[in-house]
Design a protein around this ligand. Sequence first.
Ligand SMILES: [Zn+2]
Length: 312
Amino acid sequence: MTRMRTTKTLDLPLLAMLLAIGCVEEGEAVPDDDDAQNSDVGVDVAAEHERLDDALDGLVATPPPPGTSVWSETLYADGTTRQFMLHTTAEGEVVFEELVDDRISAGPPEELLALDPCSDDAYIHTGWRWDTKLRWYFHAGSTPSELDVDAAEAAIKAATSNITGSHNSCGLADEVGASHEYLGRKSKAANINSSGNCLTSDGVNVVSFGDLPKGTLATACVWFSGGVAKEGDVQLNKADHDWTTNPGAASCSKQFSVKAVMTHERGHTFGLGHVGESSHGDLTMSPTINGPCQDSESTLGEGDVAGLRALY
Ligand SMILES: [Zn+2]
């Protein structure tokens, strides 16, 4: 797999000021503070933060506290994804980073290229792990009308256990030490807004249904510091998509499997990144969800399990 990183180093108030006075293009590194100390340009901070949001193409999270980071994935209904990170250094400097997976745009069908998931040991780590149990809640009140609340809750729990129990069809034993505890239903949404942005961390891990930008299936956010995850939230888009807990049903049409999508997102929650779609498309942690009315991501492949074993 090839992976391209786009990194932008941002001092937010300083960048806003420089954008306002036309000193930098989007993506250009910001000069050291010393270079701007003599500037006395007045800045409308709110307006310039809006300009900054535009400069980041809408991929904005609330910058986390100094010394911490927030990671986000947005999963689109066409199967593609976008990931980014915001890091705040101990000195308060904010670094924006977009991670881009490679894709095949043309060529033989994926199934001719992808390895068998049980003889494909590829994995990528995102840079965090949990050193405690993942203790989490479900915002049951957000369940869409096409789903039974009990069935939705069970599917999300099963998806989380698919990761901690390394559920696979390759005959691999569960040697993964990760664990989770479902704390029950809660009247609280994930810290993810309708623009798909990660909000300020509150340390409460929540899965909810809600509104996300059109074309988006799900957004996951993980807040972490020093390689240790602090919070992991997931929002599933019920405004633009229908969901199912029975993707194999003859009546299923354009409905996405709660368990399949949540298993992929829980892989991220526990620290797995994307492997390349073209060679590893049959692993759960390949970036493309294989469409509605199917459940293939609910079963891990060799690489998914190997990645979890290496972390836990
Ligand atoms: Zn993903």
